[in-house]
Ligand binder design. Structure first.
Ligand SMILES: [Mn+2]
Length: 498
């Protein structure tokens, strides 16, 4: 049986064969939307292959976490959505025969320094697109790598003659499942890892999408590129859509209402605002054309207007009007569970728990949104301090360090908070450390801003560490080092934007 990504086939089969040889497996995964879907895919594949396993989650796979894993009785550990970057530590345990690692990841593999040359660390069961010429940032996620492994597991387990065939009266026996139904979760993971650049998934991801469509667990089509098509009431869908700013609608409650009112459309049903997913195709067309017309007439450039349409990934077996039906809303729901360290809840939802787990996940997302809006209000009311090249605020313990970066980004453009300067936020991490989060805009990045360098260098200058991306980065610094950090950051940003 051919897998979805030919380049990875041999490696995936080798990993799957190793897993099938194990008495039991410890499954360790990252806590975020991609890591949760990775774990859910791997868990279902292991179960269908009748390999006993237990699942653990880690926010960061650091030395302590790996030591804890090594201290368990498990002789085989499957790492998903992390492991590659920690291969330097993992390989030491492997050399000591503490456990055999099997890795399905898409992050940059760790290297060792050999006389000034960085050398790749060899390990037998390492499934990572980067080792096979496939881009791990844009073409395959951790969930995608796990899916490739799951497909191979189905094929390998199917060939094992001693596997008793399930006789639960179902039409498809678990042992014979080809695991293509797990493609929907792989797509949710990829979307959660922001791999749908330019409005759609590419390369290896696109091949997984095709398998999901074939298996009947995915539908794709061009649709409005707005977040919340399943769950947001129409006026909120338009008001909160800020990726493409449409004057008089985006961020404008009354404007969005007026725009809808002027259309010949039944806006409410049974006293409730209708949602995009519940509109007929004709009604969708009416709204979309009016939206494009408004964008054109208010001078939004054509390239931006193209961005109003993108590929939607729909999970057709989930009920209309729920987060779970839309890959992007599904991944947001999972991220909410991850952000508050409720991986158990996120995993439950991925595994099909539509009762308790789904209820809890929704509550976490509601609470998260409330925390964000309270955070934004706080920053806007208290204002920011303007340095020459950037602006900053210190939230102390009033905004959680896990969301202070998002709050900073969302507050940009509010009263007194500029969009033409980067913003840096501080929040207490623990008694001795402060979390630093920096956010910029794409137009600042085009002018030369690279916040990963700013935050990394300034943090290391004051005894901390950090990094990230050009447009968004973070660091941890010792408490009390903020003033020095600000001074260093000001110098570096000045150089970048000069
Ligand atoms: Mn990932």
């Amino acid at each position: 049986m051919a897998g979805p990504i030919p380049e990875l086939e041999d490696c995936a089969t080798r990993c799957a064969t190793r897993l099938c040889a194990a008495d039991r497996v410890l499954l360790a995964s990252h806590i975020d939307a991609d890591g949760l879907t990775s774990a859910a895919i791997a868990a279902q594949a292991l179960e269908r292959a009748r390999i006993p396993f237990e699942t653990v989650f880690e926010k960061q796979l650091d030395e302590d976490a790996i030591a804890d894993i090594a201290a368990t009785e498990y002789e085989t550990v499957l790492f998903t959505d992390f492991g590659s970057g920690q291969l330097d530590i993992i390989s030491e345990y492997e050399a000591d025969s503490a456990f055999t690692p099997v890795i399905a990841d898409h992050h940059q593999p760790a290297t060792v320094d050999d006389d000034g040359e960085s050398v790749r660390i060899e390990t037998d069961y390492h499934l990572n697109p980067l080792l096979f010429g496939i881009n791990g940032a844009s073409e395959l996620s951790g969930a995608g790598a796990s899916y490739v492994l799951a497909r191979a597991l189905a094929a390998v387990a199917d060939q094992q003659p001693d596997q008793p065939v399930a006789t639960d009266g179902g039409t498809t026996t678990a042992a014979r499942s080809d695991n293509r139904d797990l493609a929907a979760l792989a797509v949710v993971g990829a979307v959660g890892d922001m791999q749908a650049s330019g409005g759609e998934l590419h390369g290896a991801n696109a091949k997984i999408v095709a398998e999901g469509v074939d298996a009947g667990v995915l539908e794709t089509g061009k649709d409005l590129a707005l977040y919340g098509k399943q769950t947001r009431p129409l006026p909120k869908l338009l008001e909160y859509a800020t990726d493409v700013h449409i004057p008089g609608i985006s961020n404008d409650k009354n404007g969005a209402l007026r725009f809808l009112d002027e259309l010949d459309l039944e806006l409410k049903r049974d006293g409730e605002w209708r949602r995009w997913a519940g509109l007929t195709n004709d009604e969708k067309q009416t709204v979309a054309s009016a939206l494009v017309k408004r964008a054109v007439s208010s001078g939004v450039p054509a390239t931006k207007i193209d961005g109003l349409v993108s590929t939607a990934y729909v999970l057709p077996n989930e009920p209309v009007g729920t987060e779970l039906r839309d890959a992007s809303e599904f991944s947001t729901l999972l991220n909410a569970t991850a952000r508050y360290e409720r991986a158990d809840v996120g995993l439950g939802v991925c595994l099909g728990d539509r009762g308790d787990a789904l209820e809890r996940a929704r509550k976490l997302l509601r609470d998260h949104r409330r925390n964000l809006s309270e955070g934004i209000d706080l920053v806007t009311q208290e204002g920011v301090t303007h340095e020459d090249t950037f602006q900053w605020f210190h939230a102390d313990d009033r905004i959680r360090e896990t969301i202070v970066g998002i709050v900073a980004g969302m507050a940009m453009g509010n009263q007194g908070i500029s969009r033409s300067k980067p913003i840096i936020a501080f929040a207490d991490k623990d008694d001795e450390h402060v979390k630093v989060s920096a956010r910029g805009t794409h137009s600042l990045v085009r002018e030369g801003l690279d916040l990963s360098i700013v935050v990394g260098e300034a943090a290391r200058a004051v005894g901390g560490d950090g990094g990230g991306h050009d447009v968004a980065a973070g660091a941890t610094v010792p408490k009390g080092a903020e003033a020095e950090f600000i001074e260093r950051a000001d110098e570096i940003i000045a150089e970048q934007l000069s």
